[in-house]
Design a protein around this ligand. Structure first.
Ligand code: F6P
Length: 345
């Protein structure tokens, strides 16, 4: 079993469903299987800098599998950025607390920014393991992050609900989804929700193509249309929202009454889907196994439905975007769904 270890867990960046399931996966495996001490850090890297923590007992980890958000709290603090009163002191403070507390490893649960920071801490000589999470599914090296499936479910249900009201009023409904600069969430929810037009940042779009497509649908007596827009698509700087901008341009171009829904943070809230609970539990437990084997400086991944890991230094600063020739894009085109860039008539 090896010597008893003392590990820390933190959650950083935007929250998402499944984080608590991952904390539980790490913690329960560490406590029950290995008999280690598990410490939760408050508010992401801020808590690591300020040494704000609480010991997580088995009882504290009970009942959190289904809970949304993060029991530890989160922040967008980047300790290697020389901002704020502490400036470049922040990594030094983290190292100091790490040594004084006699830690064996820090588990960093987060998105791209978190994994980049985790890699920098590993460079500083700390034992670190990364676990990727985000509704955006844009962390490099893993097929899926937890949080994504739950967000796809929430967004799909929202699109489903738009169909009936769109039909009643014979309107075009534009819905803007999150995803940062990646189109994964919009592509999956757009397809699952039966979107007629799906716009993702990776493909670009031409409003003339979209309007012609929507007018063609109206000409074919299709009573309404659903347009699913990723928040990260290109838009004029003066426009606050991609969805509102696209809706305005569609209404101007087609003269069909158009309405906008910006789904926002609803996509990040609430209980994780069963698939996310399972993925997060697998990730968490695998992270603890890596620590037991003293394989540090790695991030847990999901590849071809298997849990594995890759070196953190391979992840930092890279993004996983939707490939332009992704099979789901090709299937969308085959179904005459307009992806915004071109359409066959
Ligand atoms: O990364 C998750 C995400 O929800 C993105 O989809 C979105 O662009 C961003 O976070 C919003 O960030 P914040 O919580 O800082 O408003």
């Amino acid at each position: 079993m090896g010597k008893a270890k003392r590990i820390r867990i933190l959650t950083a960046g935007g929250d998402c469903p499944g984080i608590n399931a991952a904390i539980r996966g790490v913690g329960k495996t560490a406590i029950v299987k290995y008999g280690w001490e598990v410490i939760g850090i408050a508010s992401g890297f801020s808590g690591l800098i300020n040494n704000e923590y609480e010991v997580l007992t088995e009882e504290a980890l009970s009942g959190i599998l289904t809970l949304g958000g993060t029991i530890l709290g989160t922040s967008r603090e980047k300790p290697f950025k020389k901002n704020g009163p502490l400036g470049s002191e922040k990594p030094k403070l983290i190292k100091k607390h790490y040594k004084e507390m006699g830690l064996d490893c820090i588990v960093c649960i987060g998105g791209n920014g978190t994994q980049k920071t985790a890699a920098l801490l590993a460079n500083e000589g700390l034992n670190v393991i990364g676990i990727p999470k985000t509704i955006d599914n844009d962390v490099f090296g893993t097929d899926f992050t937890f949080g994504f499936d739950s967000a796809v479910n929430i967004a799909t249900e929202a699109i489903d609900r738009l169909h009936t009201t769109a039909n009643s009023h014979k309107r075009i409904m534009v819905i803007e989804l999150m995803g940062h600069t990646a189109g994964w969430l919009t592509l999956y929810a757009g397809m699952a929700g039966g979107g007629d037009v799906i716009l993702i940042p990776e493909l670009g779009y031409d409003l003339k193509v979209i309007n012609r497509y929507l007018l063609d649908r109206a000409y074919k007596k299709k009573p309404y249309s659903i347009v699913v827009v990723a928040e990260g698509i290109e838009k004029p700087e003066s426009e606050a929202s991609a969805g509102t901008y696209v809706a305005k341009m569609i209404e101007n171009g087609t003269r069909i009454e158009t309405r906008t829904t910006i789904l926002g943070y609803v996509q990040r809230g609430g209980s994780p889907s069963p698939m996310d609970r399972i993925l997060a539990t697998r990730f968490g437990s695998h992270a603890t196994q890596l620590i037991a084997e003293e394989k540090y400086g790695r991030m847990v991944i999901n590849k071809n439905n298997q849990t594995a890991s890759i070196p953190l230094k391979e992840v930092g600063g890279k993004l996983s975007l939707v490939p332009k020739d992704h099979s789901l894009i090709n299937k969308a085109r085959a179904l005459d769904i307009c992806m915004g860039d071109f359409c066959d008539y």
